[in-house]
Design a protein around this ligand. Structure first.
Ligand code: PGA
Length: 224
C-alpha cells in the first residue's frame, strides 16, 4: 500500500476534556498502522498545547496541524496566531479552506501571504482548493506542500464526490503542479474512503465531520 495522509480537521469543535478523550481512544489504533498512514490532527489553536503534550506522553506518531495561520509575522495583529507561535506545537497548517474563503472573505492574496508565512516558519501547508481555477492562481515557488481538493457540494453535505471524478481532478492538479501529494476532502466516511485512497493519484483524505468521533475516525483509518 502507498503512504497515505489522513488529516482530521476538527473545525470549531471540542473542549479540552473532549480532545483528551479523543486522543486517548485514537492513539491506540495509530500504533498498528504506523508505517503506511500519516495521521495529522488539526484542532482549534487552543487545543494544540494539550494535544502536543499528550502525544508525547502516549509516544504516539500522530502529527499536529493548525487550521489557519496569520498572514503577518508576530506583532500588533489582535486575534491572530503567527507562524512562529504555531511552530512550537505543529508541523502542518491548513490554508485557504473554503469555509475561510466563504465566511472570512479570504482571497488569493491573503492565501499566498499565509503560504509564505507557513514556509518561513517551516510548517507544511495543506492548501485547499475546490476547482482548477484556484490551482492556476497559486503560482507557487515552493516545494514542500500538499493540495487538498475539496468540491464545495461535498463539504459537510454527506454527499461525497465520486472517486473517479476526484481521481481525474487529482491527476489534473498533479499535471499542473508536479508531483505534489493531493488529498480528497468532502464527506469522507469509513464506507467510502477506500474508493478514494485506492485511486492512483489520490494520496490521502481530509476529514471534517467524520473525524470528530474517535471510533468513527478509527474506522476511517482502518478502512483506508
Ligand atoms: P467534511 O469536511 O468531511 O465534514 O465534509 C471536510 C472539510 O471541510 O475539510
Amino acid at each position: 500500500m502507498k503512504p497515505l495522509f489522513i488529516v482530521a480537521n476538527w473545525k470549531a469543535n471540542k473542549t479540552e476534556p473532549e480532545a483528551k478523550e479523543w486522543l486517548r481512544k485514537v492513539s491506540g489504533i495509530r500504533q498498528e498502522t504506523r508505517d503506511k498512514r500519516k495521521i495529522i490532527v488539526c484542532p482549534p489553536f487552543i487545543l494544540l498545547p494539550i494535544l502536543k503534550s499528550l502525544i508525547i506522553n502516549y509516544k504516539s506518531l500522530i502529527k499536529l496541524g493548525a487550521q489557519d495561520i496569520s498572514p503577518f509575522e508576530e506583532g500588533a495583529y489582535t486575534g491572530e496566531v503567527s507562524g512562529r507561535q504555531i511552530k512550537e506545537f505543529a508541523d502542518y497548517v491548513i490554508i485557504g479552506h473554503s469555509e475561510r474563503r466563504r465566511y472570512f472573505g479570504e482571497e488569493e492574496n491573503m492565501i499566498l501571504k499565509k503560504i509564505e508565512q507557513s514556509i518561513r516558519h517551516d510548517l507544511i501547508p495543506i492548501i485547499c482548493i475546490s476547482n482548477l481555477e484556484q490551482v492556476k492562481n497559486l503560482k507557487l515557488k515552493i516545494k514542500n506542500y500538499i493540495i487538498a481538493y475539496e468540491p464545495l457540494f461535498a463539504i459537510g453535505s454527506g454527499v461525497a464526490d465520486t472517486p473517479e471524478n476526484a481521481e481525474k481532478m487529482a491527476g489534473e492538479i498533479k499535471s499542473k503542479l508536479g508531483g505534489v501529494p493531493v488529498l480528497y476532502g468532502g464527506s469522507v466516511s469509513a464506507g467510502n474512503i477506500h474508493g478514494f485512497t485506492s485511486q492512483e493519484h489520490i494520496d490521502g483524505v481530509l476529514v471534517g465531520g467524520g473525524s470528530l468521533d474517535p471510533l468513527e475516525f478509527a474506522a476511517i483509518v482502518k478502512s483506508s
